[in-house]
Design a protein around this ligand. Structure first.
Ligand code: GLN
Length: 379
């Protein structure tokens, strides 16, 4: 077998879902909703089921989907992008990120990744033949040291991966931090690959800045996005890359051979979502703000210390006081004996961190209360 397979494991996030299912635990490990997508999207899906399309669509995405996506993108970024030349529709942002890294790196190139990081970035870089350079984010705010970041840039990386808002730590990068990253990206002539799938889940007073909107950054940014989190359709596998034409040309080529095309009936049905007005996104944020409060208040009552997410729908819990030095073992016992599925924090950190576990709160309120009730048994 290929040696690179030995350099990473299967996804611990998805492994924890399998373990949660085995023990019938409340699954707060892999981040996906247990509530329905918007009814309008489902109604449209029923129509599409009858009328089609059901065959391969255009490789880089259905024309009407890309047009709707470019309008959607304009609403939030005020960037006018050409749906023909500056978008490739992918099978989720998972494929978008993999294709983005493959588009800009050669074997042996370096890629900066902030740690903690969403676990796919490790595999994305390794499978592309590139080598990650990790730069730590320091709790409690998960900010980075400017000198440490420049030191990483001095190693002449080809790209930096920016997950904003960040999974798993819930950090929303400040404008000043992003401007500093932009300054370094320009100085060292580096691409920036962003994962902005939680763009609409940014809690007040924090504000999301799209990296590509910073002066001079569009030309070097590959913006990866997804419909999964925004419309609660993680199983539909609809994501995309937005970038200048020369980059997208390369990404289209890679995407073509990875997956041919994203599911055509689902693109057709999801267009309804892309056309929703502003109130939809306000409601989405209110819903997640409420769920975040349930989790934070519930954990406070249980006396479990935790992060205060500024964005996304994950919360890290400090399990130091339970006396485990292996967070994977802790999560297995948590699923088996307490009935709550979590992800061991170590799967997100390059540094040896074994005292954190990640829960997500994209679940019905009742599901969250049930999980909190079960966590009480840990006392
Ligand atoms: N992004 C989600 C998480 O971190 C789902 C991961 C996945 O399995 N694609 O849990």
């Amino acid at each position: 077998l290929a040696e690179k397979i030995l350099l990473f494991t299967d996804s611990v996030i998805r492994r924890m879902t399998r373990i949660s299912e085995e023990y019938h635990a409340v699954n707060l490990s892999q981040g996906f909703p247990d509530f329905s997508p918007p009814q309008e999207i489902l109604d449209r899906l029923s129509e599409v089921a009858q009328k089609g399309p059901h065959q391969y669509g255009l490789t880089w995405g259905a024309e009407n989907f890309r047009k709707a996506l470019s309008e959607y993108h304009y609403c939030f970024t005020k960037q006018r992008i050409d749906p023909e030349k500056e978008i490739v529709v992918t099978c989720g942002s998972t494929e978008a990120m993999m294709a983005a890294v493959m588009t800009v790196t050669n074997p042996g190139d370096k890629v900066i990744v902030f740690s903690p990081f969403y676990e796919n970035y490790g595999a994305d870089t390794i499978l592309s033949g590139a080598d990650p350079i990790y730069v730590p984010l320091y709790p409690p705010l998960f900010d980075f040291n400017y000198e440490e970041l420049e030191k990483a840039f001095k190693k002449r990386p080809k790209a930096l991966i920016l997950c904003n808002p960040s999974n798993p730590c819930g950090k929303v990068f400040t404008k000043e931090e992003l401007e500093y990253i932009a300054f370094l990206a320009k100085k060292y002539d580096t691409f920036v690959i962003t994962d902005e799938v939680y763009e609409h889940i940014v809690y007040k007073p924090y504000v999301h800045t799209y990296f590509s909107t910073l002066p001079g950054m569009y030309e070097r940014t590959l913006t990866c996005g997804s419909l999964s989190k925004t419309y609660s359709i993680t199983g539909w596998r609809l994501g995309y890359i937005i970038a200048p034409p020369a980059i997208i040309n390369g990404a289209k080529q890679i995407h073509d051979f990875l997956t041919v095309a994203a599911p055509s009936p689902l693109q057709e049905a999801a267009i309804v979502g892309l056309k929703f007005g502003k109130s939809y996104y306000d409601d989405l944020l209110s819903m997640y703000t409420h769920k975040r409060t349930i989790m934070m208040d519930g954990l406070d009552t249980l006396g479990i210390s935790h992060t205060n997410p500024q964005g996304a729908y994950y919360i890290l819990l400090d399990i130091s006081e339970y006396g485990f030095d292996n967070d994977l073992e802790f999560c297995e016992l948590l699923a088996r004996d307490i009935g709550v599925g979590a992800v061991p924090g170590s799967s997100f950190f390059k540094e040896p961190v074994y005292n954190l576990i990640r829960l997500h709160f994209a679940k019905n309120d009742e599901t969250l209360y049930e999980a909190l009730n079960r966590l009480e048994k840990m006392k």
